[in-house]
Design a protein around this ligand. Structure first.
Ligand code: FPP
Ligand code: MG
Length: 291
């Protein structure tokens, strides 16, 4: 296993060229896509994909296009989330949001472009593989990003603002808008590396719990985080009547639930008979994250 920094470096090296080979992308579109893609996120989802493939002794090189595609999908979701029609945020990753830099029309198209390019990149990689592993990995990522996954969660998030934060609604939102895209890299890696059913279950359970914990931390940061460190505005959830975990459980309750989900994630991954320090440490770091 490598360190987070080492997987991150692999992602950072591959990402700028990930759109090469798709053909000529007209300039405002390409610039807007690259502007958001290169804005310096944590690259958590692609790093998880590479690390999980490595853990199962799969090929990290073969996993790279899928890792890049996942970051493209994540980036599209941030661009669209920031639009005036959605969360209406001017600042992302410490820079003007895509629609502030390029205008709304180009930002919408940059999101559309990143999503369709991601599918193309994954299917190009899958077409060159010797089995259906790549196709299944692409399917898992697109399904978790899709109409029963992230898009479903986002729909409930934006349409239920101001309603009663019931446990059922808030859990649905967290599971789908955030945890699905954090489980996607683990599911894709399981396909790519040929995991057995027990390994697959352990990885999926880890992803689901880390994903929930991640959005709980995000909701806490909206209340108590530092805007400069986060690179985005804080305090927006309460203003908008968002169905956040804090709205459901309060700050203390959210902290408790966050620790419980982190412990669940660590327990799930520990059922694999392998050195999972990378994954248990990452779960702990996400619990105490500041950006
Ligand atoms: C921050 O990720 C992102 C989240 C906590 C997920 C929020 C969910 C959405 C924005 C869903 C939007 C969906 C649609 C369909 C528009 P991060 O902390 O990993 O960000 P980074 O990449 O900047 O580090
Ligand atoms: Mg949002």
């Amino acid at each position: 296993m490598k360190t987070y920094a080492a997987y991150l470096q692999l992602v950072e090296q591959a990402l700028p060229g990930a759109l090469d080979g798709l053909g000529e992308i007209p300039s405002p579109l390409r610039d807007a896509m690259q502007y958001s893609l290169q804005a310096g996120g944590k690259r958590l989802r692609p790093v998880l994909l590479l690390a999980a493939a490595d853990l199962l002794e799969g090929s990290v090189q073969e996993a790279l296009p899928f890792a890049c595609a996942l970051e493209m999908i994540h980036t599209y979701s941030l661009i669209h989330d920031d639009l005036p029609a959605m969360d209406d945020d001017d600042l992302r990753r410490g820079r003007p949001a895509c629609h502030k830099a390029f205008g709304e029309a180009v930002a919408i198209l940059a999101g559309d472009g990143l999503l369709s390019a991601a599918a193309e990149v994954m299917l190009n990689a899958a077409a060159g593989m010797d089995s259906l592993r790549g196709t299944m990995a692409a399917r898992a990522i697109l399904r978790r990003a899709g109409v029963c996954g992230m898009v479903a969660g986002q729909t409930v998030d934006v349409t239920m603002e101001g309603t009663e934060p019931t446990a059922e609604r808030v859990t649905y939102i967290h599971r789908h808008k955030t945890a699905d895209l954090l489980t996607a890299p683990l599911e894709a890696a399981a396909w790519l590396a040929g995991a057995d059913p027990a390994q697959r279950e352990a990885l999926l359970a880890y992803g689901a719990s880390v994903g929930l914990a991640f959005q709980m931390a995000d909701d806490l940061l909206d209340v108590e985080g530092d805007m400069a460190q986060l690179g985005k505005k804080t305090g927006l959830d309460a203003t908008k009547g968002k169905l956040s975990w804090v709205a459901l459980r309060g700050v203390e309750g959210t902290r408790e639930d966050l620790l419980r989900e982190t412990a669940r994630a660590k327990a799930a991954i520990s059922t694999l008979n392998k050195d999972v320090t990378f994954f248990t440490s990452l779960a702990d770091e996400l619990t105490t994250r500041w950006r």
